[in-house]
Design a protein around this ligand. Sequence first.
Ligand SMILES: Nc1ncnc2c1ncn2[C@@H]1O[C@H](COP(=O)(O)OP(=O)(O)OP(=O)(O)O)[C@@H](O)[C@H]1O
Ligand SMILES: [Mg+2]
Length: 328
Amino acid sequence: MTRVGMTYDLRTDYLEEGYSEEQTAEFDQPATIDAIEETLGSLGYRTDRIGHVRALAKRLVAGDRWDLVFNIAEGLKGFGRESQVPCLLDAYDIPYVFSDPLVLSLTLHKAMAKRVIRDLGIPTPDFAVVEDTGDIAAVSLPYPLFVKPLSEGTGKGINEKSIVRNARELDARCRSLLEAFSQPVLVETYLSGREFTVGIVGTGRKARAIAVMEVILRENAEKGVYSLVNKEYCEQFVDYALLKGEEAERVSAVALAAWRGLECRDGGRLDIRADASGVPHFLEVNPLAGLHPTHSDLPILSALAGVPYRDLLGMIMASAEERIRPGR
Ligand SMILES: Nc1ncnc2c1ncn2[C@@H]1O[C@H](COP(=O)(O)OP(=O)(O)OP(=O)(O)O)[C@@H](O)[C@H]1O
Ligand SMILES: [Mg+2]
């Protein structure tokens, strides 16, 4: 029986170590870890909970080993925070599910990822990076613009005020994000068209889109943006619809080109939004997509496409096993 270690950032583990509510706000809920563990068990794997990177380090030094590690740990600090677990596992020659350190570092830095995406010829909004307040005046892109933290997820720092319409608003928003998140700010051309999120399973040529889901904001939602609040209370503010036909093909072609070009592995999600003339653009990729069975976008879109949670995890595991032991 394959022994699968599980690495993750459970909020309560960090709270016990003295980290604050805020520092740990985005970490995994017990329900997510329970669902993954139970599902892997039902797929015939023997699971072993490891926890965060330092728990992994202890176990490795103590001599513990696994056939495979299911890694969803996002880490606490630095552009390498999501790569820390994969780096350690590479050092001990232990294979793991999902992407490698290069991909996880590159995609955490949204601007660096966009430079590669642009080089691949994939549409993505024009952008500038504001490292400190001295960079704000040099931004010379046409308004409206969209302003967000460079390396966050789960809609952190994103609300109606993310859309800025003049230099005064740009200045205020950049200052407030620099202060709140202690990291550079990404300023992009605002895309006003329809918004989609695409679920991918597989690696390289074998990667495929499970579904393209349109994110439709209700009248009472924060307008023009799939924000932290809209995500948090999605049951109240958001309708999700499966996109079919030619439009879905165009959106999933952009997502797949980005997935393959960045060399993401096994499974994840890409956010794509159309400009005013309907051309789909790459916004970002989530190579460690949320896996809460009913609240995270990837399981939601899979379910809409008729792929139950168990099958989703089954396809992700099959991709990892195929990479590790090709032709088995
Ligand atoms: N350039 C843009 N133009 C229009 N809307 C944008 C732009 N960039 C981001 N958005 C809006 O903000 C949302 C969140 O942006 P993004 O996906 O980069 O953040 P995130 O917090 O990493 O998301 P996730 O929760 O998927 O990790 C998008 O889904 C979209 O609604
Ligand atoms: Mg996103």
